[in-house]
Design a protein around this ligand. Structure first.
Ligand code: PLP
Length: 381
């Protein structure tokens, strides 16, 4: 058995990141500044968007996106139930009401037909989530949005590298939001980015991300001398710092290399996990690209008595860290209480929620680590 615990989602940090962080610390300016700006420029080039605003989380990115779209009290926003809490929490923060939609069992992405069923006169926007790094059916979703005059926000927290019909996701809807949290594909410890092709959204989000102070307020301590700022909105404290951007710049430079390594590990899992009572991740359509963020297996409860939770415990005992992405949000206590979510509402989300488990998939893993994971899984069954 493996001797040390294999941490789930441990990121690969190179000496370039470390040197850049140290240089930033010594530079005299560690807050939002030139490196954050540089990171925004590089990121928007990578995804092919016109505007990018760096913030301190994807949650902040999603929240500001909804505000920029004018979502507020009385509005409904459709959100998939299989996602991280913040995709729906931000709707509440904006004063609106999340309406949960079901997903497809195999892709785990939101089902466009269920989006259609959930639309009411109050619906203002749709948040889609590219689960595990697999693109959503954006053509169908955009056509529904157009038909009903709805805005689309892409939660691309798993999906920096994801492509839908050769286009980077996050640039297809009205706004795209990314996460650079410690376990994601590009890591700044905490961090996020909003991209859009709409200048008005980008300008407003930039102002809102830093207290509602007029644009470029961070330059007020620079060599050009003190500059007064105006407070034009009651904004938020959502800005990214140059320390985080120092990590992001080098993580972005290595994004393809890391993605290729994860693709390699993905193939090793695909091959080694055949014949076990598991449903393995489905492949993507031609022309699409999977970001390979999460290797999520579904415990095939028709073929084994081992439950998902027993599987997780078995992996922990064998020193392998795991994750669960996700248990459905409509059944979380807060959403049961406030929205009346109950078992049976969204059968596919609930089906996934009972079976899903994520196994380690990081560019940091060695072939020996991957073999340990595979051995542990076989041993559990
Ligand atoms: C991680 C995650 C988020 C939140 O990202 P933060 O940067 O931690 O705020 C949002 N949506 C999904 C789908 C996520 O997995």
């Amino acid at each position: 058995m493996r001797k040390d615990f294999l941490v789930f989602g441990s990121p690969l940090i190179g000496h370039e990141e470390i040197d850049e962080v140290v240089a930033t610390l010594k530079s005299g300016w560690i807050g939002t500044g030139p490196k954050t700006h540089h990171f925004e420029e590089e990121f928007k080039k990578y995804v092919g968007a016109q505007y990018a605003v760096a913030v301190n989380s994807c949650t902040a990115a999603l929240h500001l996106s909804l505000i920029a779209l004018g979502v507020g009290p009385g509005d409904e926003v459709i959100v998939p139930s299989i996602t991280f809490a913040s995709s729906a929490n931000v709707v509440v923060h904006a004063g609106a009401r999340p309406v949960f939609a079901d997903c497809d069992r195999m892709t785990q992405n939101v089902d466009p037909e269920d989006i259609r069923r959930k639309i009411t006169k109050r619906t203002k926007a749709i948040i889609v989530v590219h689960m595990a790094g697999r693109p959503c059916q954006m053509d169908e979703i955009l056509s529904i949005a157009k038909e009903h005059d709805l805005k689309v926000v892409e939660d691309a927290a798993h999906a920096v590298e994801t492509e839908y019909k050769t286009r980077k996701v996050g640039t297809i809807g009205d706004l795209g939001c990314y996460s650079f949290y410690t376990t994601k594909n590009l890591v700044t410890a905490e961090g996020g980015m909003v991209v859009t092709n709409d200048k008005a959204y980008a300008d407003r989000i930039r102002v809102l991300s830093l207290h509602g102070m007029s644009a470029d307020a961070w330059k007020r301590y620079g060599s050009e001398g003190y500059k007064h700022y105006d407070v034009v909105e009651a904004g938020y404290k959502y800005n990214m710092t140059d320390i985080q951007a120092s990590l992001g710049l080098h993580q972005l430079a290595r994004i393809k290399k890391n993605w290729l390594r994860r693709a390699e590990i993905w193939k090793m899992y695909d091959k080694a996990l055949q014949g076990l009572p598991l449903i393995l991740p489905a492949s993507v359509e031609k022309g699409d690209r999977h970001a390979h963020h999460l290797y999520t297996i579904l415990i095939d409860t028709d073929k084994t008595k081992i439950t998902r939770d027993e599987f997780l415990n078995g992996m922990t005992k064998r020193n392998i860290g795991t994750g669960v992405h996700f248990r459905p949000l409509h059944l979380q206590p807060y959403y049961r209480k406030t929205l009346g979510g109950k078992v049976g509402d969204l059968p596919n989300a609930e089906w996934i929620g009972e079976r899903t488990a994520s196994i380690p998939l990081s560019a940091k893993l060695t072939d020996d680590d991957v073999r340990d994971v595979i051995e542990a899984i076989k041993d559990v069954f």
